[in-house]
Design a protein around this ligand. Sequence first.
Ligand code: SAM
Length: 238
Amino acid sequence: MSDINEYHKNQYKKIYRSTEKFVEWLEKLGYLKSDVSQHICDMACGGGANILYLSKHFPKASFTGIDFSQELIDYGNERLKEKNNCKLYQGDWFALEPKWKEKFDGIVSFQTLSWLPEYKVPLKQLSNLNPNWIALSSLFYEGDIEYTIKLKNYYRPSNNSEFGEMYYNIYSLIRVRKYFEQLGYNKFEYMPFEIDIDLPQTDNMDIGTYTVKLENKKRIQISAALMMPWYFIVASKD
Ligand SMILES: C[S@@+](CC[C@H](N)C(=O)[O-])C[C@H]1O[C@@H](n2cnc3c(N)ncnc32)[C@H](O)[C@@H]1O
């Protein structure tokens, strides 16, 4: 458990601004409700910090987290052991167990879709579980262009290579909306996440988000060579 990435641990110390804003937005739109006993899934839940945050705000709801990493699941379940409405399970987004079908009112997924090879198979997997709504935060573009971006990060070598590989894909909101419609989710809402706090630049050139303030006082978010077009999206059956 000592190997758990700082990214997951830090969120227990201080929740990310993006999580606060995403949850606030979903509550404002009426998807997350403080007075209703919904069952919510957090797909690719990491170490479970977002579930802890959600459970504090929506105490009547119950939360199931699913993540590929058994290590993160064990870490999260230990941190959440006092909470009887939160439980994490090891699972693969691309091969979800049938037991999860018809179980969730809504599915959220924070900061993961853009890090998968593409969006169609993962969204189809979520719709197969038949929740009323699906909400995700990731990188999107409002126009009809999709970017497949794959990093070779030499700052982060992997076990058998001098670089670590990961995606930072930017998906077209037009295409994602159309795909949700094909899956039977006809209502689609989105919001750009314009961060309202400064994130400092670190003294290295590795990935890691920092902000730059523009003349119009808005901030853009940058990670290494990329501007990060963060959006929140939600698709529902209503
Ligand atoms: C960038 S982290 C985001 C974690 C968490 N949602 C958050 O916001 O802190 C991506 C997560 O996706 C998980 N993941 C990657 N591929 C997955 C898969 N096929 N099934 C389930 N989880 C997966 C990783 O283990 C990791 O915890």
